[in-house]
Design a protein around this ligand. Sequence first.
Ligand code: URA
Length: 479
Amino acid sequence: MTTVRLGFAADWAGFRAAARNLAAAGARPETITWLVGEEANLFADDTPPPPSEASFTVPRRYVDLAETVIMARDPERFALLYGLLYRIRHGESGLLQDAADPAVHRAMMLAHAVRRDIHKMRAFVRFREVSDDGGTRHVAWFEPDHHIVEANAPFFVRRFATLAWSILTPERSVHWDAERLRLGPGASRADLPEDDRFAECWQVYYRAIFNPARLKISAMLSEMPRKYWKNLPEARDIPALIAAAGARTEGMLAAPATTPRLARIRAPAADDAQATPWAILKNQAQVCRNCPLWEHATQTVFGEGEIGAAIMLVGEQPGDQEDLAGRPFIGPAGQVLDHALRAAGLERSALYITNAVKHFKFEPRGRRRIHQKPNDAEIEVCRFWLDQERELIEPRLTVALGATAGRALLGRAVTISRERGRLIDLPGGARALITVHPSYLLRLSDAAAKRREYAAFVRDLRLAAEMAATGMGLQHSEP
Ligand code: URA
């Protein structure tokens, strides 16, 4: 009989060296007794394995499996692993592919249990804070099922690199002082400091994320098995939360709909020293509920650009991409616009760009959101914001891109083909110019028409640039 005495329960280096020597010497598994630390040898005297220089390769898959299984709290794990190695060396090189083999199956089950335990330790370690003359430390108590503490320590070092902490467990303790990791003997739960503010934080957090309407006790117990509860401050609330879940769900169903998140955004108060009038206006528009379009849109898409710009561009309403990004004209129509602006010698950053309607109106179709034209009432209600933007920016020229913008600006229906390219006086001395909407150009399928219309669009924008630069009138008409 040969006896191998390993240094500690998950002594991978010791096992690997011994197993290598034994396998090289052809030692049969049943002739080996595996012991850990001071464990007594009931069956034979200690006879160490013969040293061996022989080298051989072991499949990577075996090493990965063995490194994990060695942490299992199963007294047979060393024999099991050496048995597998012996068989791999003696004609069963593909053994680990055979999950139906009882020994392989057993090893896989143990590896699974160890991995789960590692994961649970990462999820359920709860530190408490202790401050004394030596400074502040964070101490946690955890009861692992397997011998996973050393293997898991680097995870906690990475995650809490700058804190000093100790994780106490019944068999081993690990201590990190923000520089060095130290292993120590086991501890007892009584070594854990008193409950602290962190415990309360965990309780508050858990109560906040607990959704009574989604309660599934079996799924919850699988995620957070009862055996961990005694060391989790938040678990103290679980029985009461479960007991109250039914009534709370009924209350939720009976209650009127809550105001969605955007409605609670605080508009800066007028005396907020940081807030410019434009920022105040923009924030107020974020919570606009003046028409139903806000309900399905992601957010209000307010205007952006140069405050005091000579030219303001007004589009129709944000599209799908604008709705998601919260910025006007950044999708396909925006790209056409950017192109045309450059061709007309205008810098987008020198302009102010906004829309007649500030929420995306669409119809869901499968996973797509199909643009819908805003109606007259929606345009009229949203004019409130456009008027205020114009008052603040005071553009010399406002360019209406398309009929919706024209209506918002002039307060009447606009026929683009009849009115484009002419300057229109607005009340207060400013002027408007009507042109097409860039998405009209995108919709044209005939290439020649597309080129022609694009050139006309650029011409209109060039007129706008000249007019804004010189302040000179071109051809006037009444609003
Ligand atoms: N179309 C518009 O009218 N405005 C945008 O912001 C995007 C597309």
